[in-house]
Design a protein around this ligand. Sequence first.
Ligand SMILES: NC(=O)c1ccc[n+]([C@@H]2O[C@H](COP(=O)([O-])OP(=O)(O)OC[C@H]3O[C@@H](n4cnc5c(N)ncnc54)[C@H](OP(=O)(O)O)[C@@H]3O)[C@@H](O)[C@H]2O)c1
Length: 282
Amino acid sequence: MNDESPIIIITGASSGIGKAVALKLAESKPKIVIVARRQKELMKTAHAVKRKGAKVLPIIGDVRNREDRERVVNLTMKAFGQIDVLINNAGLGKANLFIDQPDEEIDELIETNILALIKLTHRVLPIMKEQGKGHIINLSSTLALLPSYPFAVYCATKAAVKTFSDCIREEVKEYGIKISTVYPGPYDTNFGKVAGYGKSGFQGYDVQGLAEHIAKLVSKPKDNLIKPWFFVPLVWVTIFSKRLKRKIITGIADTIIKAKRETDLTIMLEEKKQEEIELLAR
Ligand SMILES: NC(=O)c1ccc[n+]([C@@H]2O[C@H](COP(=O)([O-])OP(=O)(O)OC[C@H]3O[C@@H](n4cnc5c(N)ncnc54)[C@H](OP(=O)(O)O)[C@@H]3O)[C@@H](O)[C@H]2O)c1
């Protein structure tokens, strides 16, 4: 059973923020359960966490799948006997104008970013209530606070994460359960590649700094974490200035649309090059 080191579940730990947080947390030797679909990448995280001296249980699974979510909870309880922290980090974005967005993308965004997060939280909360303590950390986005196209559905899912977290925070605090929401700005992870603008020159902030702040949340829970810091005054100012808000939103949209165009062009050129190589090889 538990020997005082916290038991932490991190979804989406095969790359990016989830992986960086797992590695940062590993330094204080907790027991970490990591979840993602890509086996090879998840095992790389598991080995790196283990090398830092923490106990790790990697679970290959899709958070959208009910049986996989059950497996995560049941295996964690079987291995470690309790769940102290759940970091709902698994998620993705798709940069597309809403009018052109394929139906499957809308489904994937809603099912991963919000439905799976709500259902995993719903499964874990009774365990935390029974324990008399627990902490859930939900990954939203600064795009929930400054919603911008071509990310309409993504922004809607992250705004839902914000609202959901704000609601349950009040509901569950009497059971000793804390709810934190993290609002990252643009960080350099696999996000851009998955969203469809990753082959452009667009570069986000280094994820290590963010991982340190999220890891600190585990020992010192707080309601909201917005990073990088300058998004805090930016969000405040835009509450009072609609003009500035519109300027920022169109600025984000222009940057992402340009990055997506560059990526589409790079992919097209790569495919053409491949076709030519295949033709020459015949
Ligand atoms: N990077 C940013 O700029 C940024 C900004 C704001 C918010 N966020 C949020 O931060 C979180 C982490 O994103 P990231 O930037 O670290 O991107 P990332 O490098 O692409 O990581 C996303 C992680 O989520 C996992 N994942 C996605 N769908 C999954 C599914 N159905 N089942 C299980 N795991 C799944 C991925 O693993 P597999 O593919 O192996 O399953 C991966 O480990 C997301 O919720 C994202 O919306 C990121």
